[in-house]
Design a protein around this ligand. Sequence first.
Ligand code: ADP
Ligand code: MG
Length: 252
Amino acid sequence: MNDKPLILRNISRIYGSVTAIAEITLEVHRHEFIAIVGPSGCGKSTLLNILSGSDKPTSGSLSREGDVRMIYQEGGLFPWLTVSENIAMGLRQNPNSSERAAQLEDLIRFIQLEDFTDQYPHKLSGGMRQRVELARALAGRVDLLLMDEPFSALDYLTRLRMRQELVRMLKERPRTVIFVTHDIEEAVQLADRVIVLTERPARIRCELKVTLPRPRSLTHPEVVSAVHHIVSEMGLEETLLEPEALEHNQIV
Ligand code: ADP
Ligand code: MG
């Protein structure tokens, strides 16, 4: 197996007169967790679509190995299928039905939704739906998870819990992850490497490695300092002068 399941060289994507991404070069290691942050509209989703193969770069080359799964903000579940049935979709590739049943049970226990197996997605909270999404994504042989602001639609506390949940899941079932978020703290809390993009067209502005073991507390000095570093790299440091923003960064 290749140690670098994902290699991008000088990837650009131009839509008519709009250049969404420009000359992005990136090598991702197996089971590395990459967070991508950047201003709204800079080209993050475009980049993920290229990584998933649903869009093609205008120029540059991409080499990708293994199965991919994209997880969106919400609405990724089949509304006409129950929790069990949705997760079972992720196990379709396994031809052995008794193995599939055992794996399904295991996954449902894993996301602690034993009491909700026969419910339909609209009956669940946003956090529960995303847990089902994660379980389905981790069910199969998918090696590469592409996550497009997966927790953005959730309330703050649920978002914090989902981060812990994701960390726990990846410990047991390691995957290569590309996680797009506009939440710098989230990026620092989760990722091995945070890639900061520029305004459109997205280029890599800087990247930052975070070596602290997970789970990571938001108040850990290394986390706080990484967040500040990125905020200042993005030219957002004025926001830190606002007392509320400062308090936010220190307290949460
Ligand atoms: P982000 O996810 O960072 O908010 P997007 O990748 O969705 O940004 O979009 C980046 C830019 O590319 C935007 O200006 C958007 O209008 C443009 N864009 C994205 N997809 C298309 C498309 N299919 N056709 C034309 N323009 C597009
Ligand atoms: Mg987007």
